[in-house]
Design a binder for this molecule. Structure first.
Ligand code: URA
Length: 256
């Protein structure tokens, strides 16, 4: 075992993240998502952050702006961060899926599987101390176990993600707490424990920290086993009318 010191310099980390971002922007692994997205929502925040949040998937606002958690759930996330003395610039925020599922449907297992290399690479490069999973999808993926968030929220555990040991901390998704005052209270209580968790520092790292982490390469399209029809009302421009990653190109990574 070794200490949790970072393996890369800040500039190496940023360069490597930009390469993964470029790969994600060209990704067509999920043909439906690639055809319907406006932007690839890679993630945003401080690439040197000790604390990383992993949500589910971009919604309409995120797809529009190319940034994660910019809608109502994002506003709540910002408020909860502020209550513990943090802001977006102190953390890095990503999702399990980098593309919006049409009509905000749940991510499909094949989509989660297609996208997970990007998430693993983000963890590997940012080297966080604490990963806070928001809701069921990220919790189940990163724990590799179907146990749901209701049983797990607020209970930190050391887990090896890719090659890095982190303190994994599942909490409710802010979107779930928007309309349920009791859930919001629980989320707030769980949030309040984040500073003490961060103060513990990184857990001991496995000796094989240099182990290979899968690099997403330019992937072939992979079809979802079954592609549900787009729900009524989910209007979209035809793909040809959309300009991919333009206005948000420069600042997609926020403080990156
Ligand atoms: N919900 C998520 O899980 N992610 C976002 O980026 C926005 C809402």
């Amino acid at each position: 075992m070794s200490s949790g010191e970072r393996q890369r310099s800040a500039s190496e980390r940023r360069e490597a993240l930009k390469e993964v971002l470029a790969q994600a922007r060209g990704c067509v692994r999920c043909s439906e998502l690639a055809a319907t997205r406006k932007t690839v929502v890679f993630g945003m925040g401080n690439a040197d952050a000790d604390l990383m949040f992993v949500g589910e998937a971009p919604g309409a606002n995120e797809d529009e702006q190319g940034l994660p958690f910019v809608g109502r759930a994002g506003k709540l996330l910002d408020k909860l961060l502020e209550e513990i003395g943090l802001e977006r610039g102190d953390v890095f925020v990503v999702n399990v899926l980098k593309c919006r599922p049409p009509g905000n449907r749940d991510p499909l297992p094949i989509e989660i599987s297609n996208c997970q290399e990007y998430l693993l690479r983000q963890v590997e490069l940012i080297e966080p101390t604490v990963i806070c999973t928001l809701g069921n999808f990220s919790t189940k993926l990163l724990r590799g176990d179907p146990t749901g968030i209701t049983r797990l929220h607020g209970q930190p555990e050391v887990r090896v993600i890719g090659a890095r040991a982190v303190r994994l901390y599942p909490i409710y998704h802010p979107a779930a707490a928007l309309y349920t005052p009791r859930m919001l209270e629980t989320l707030r209580e769980d949030f309040a424990r984040l500073p003490e968790l961060l103060a513990l520092g990184a857990p001991e790292q496995p000796l094989s920290q240099e182990a290979e982490v899968p690099q997403p390469d330019v992937p072939e399209p992979v079809e979802a086993a079954s592609v549900p029809e787009e729900p009524v009302g989910a209007e979209r421009e035809p793909a040809a009318a959309r300009s991919e990653q333009t206005a948000t190109e420069v600042d997609q990574l926020g403080l990156f």
